[in-house]
Write a protein that binds this ligand. Structure first.
Ligand code: GSH
Length: 218
């Protein structure tokens, strides 16, 4: 029997939850290893051996360790190609390239404004930090422009990379979930017909619902 892969970090972290959603889609056994970030455990030498930038998640599968949530997800899909959702990272060069294209769009265009908004609107109040209205306005405008592109794309195709749910859609779940469920900026998504329909579909997957449940436990 193979031992479960290990994910280091709290499920409430967006990057950790991306990896958890992927593991659940792929039906791969995993263990979440707590990292006490308020005590700075992610900056300790032991942790830096796995994640040299001192961020979560870190990931271990047998003797190998990896960091960067999107790279970890690609690895899981390739290594466990025959398990769970087999089409999650495509099954042909073109399908993979199309998924990579939208994964890049998520990482380069969607993530910067959406993670800034998640920090300002969801985490800063919890951490008793002052919000910056200028940063909020600027990132809201940037995200709106990105979502205009998505609206167009999702008018032509059911999901970002084609007609099947893929890693590209999954990668958007963590930040979108905070924006829709914790902040009052959900209209950025729901006011756009195709984006709203897409959000309803991707967020109602069992894999994501399980991650949201994991985020509720302390
Ligand atoms: N690009 C990285 C981002 C990781 C990241 O930003 N992690 C945050 C939590 S979501 C973190 O560890 N923040 C603490 C810090 O930077 O000190 C990934 O996708 O894995």
């Amino acid at each position: 029997m193979t031992s479960p892969v290990k994910v280091y970090g709290p499920p409430m972290s967006t990057a950790v939850s991306r990896v958890l959603a992927c593991l659940i889609e792929k039906d791969v056994d995993f263990q979440v290893i707590p990292v006490n970030m308020s005590k700075g455990e992610h900056k300790k030498p032991e942790f830096l051996k796995m994640q040299p930038f001192g961020q979560v998640p870190a990931f271990q599968d047998d003797k190998i360790s990896l960091f960067e949530s999107r790279a970890i997800c690609r690895y899981i899909c390739e290594k466990y190609a025959d398990k769970g959702n087999r089409g999650l990272y495509g099954t042909s060069p073109l399908a993979k390239a199309s998924i990579d294209q939208w994964l890049e769009a998520e990482a380069q265009s969607f993530n910067p404004p959406s993670s800034a908004l998640v920090f300002q609107l969801a985490f800063a109040p919890r951490m008793k930090l002052k919000q910056d209205p200028g940063v909020i306005k600027q990132n809201e405008e940037k995200l709106a422009k990105v979502l205009d592109v998505y609206e167009e794309r999702l008018g032509d195709s059911q999901f970002l990379a084609g007609d099947e749910f893929s890693l590209a859609d999954l990668s958007h779940l963590p930040n979108s979930n905070y924006l829709l469920s914790v902040t009052d900026r959900g209209a950025l998504f729901t006011s756009r017909k195709n984006v709203g329909r897409w959000w309803d579909e991707i967020s109602s997957r069992d894999s994501w619902k399980k991650v949201v449940e994991m985020q509720k436990s302390p």
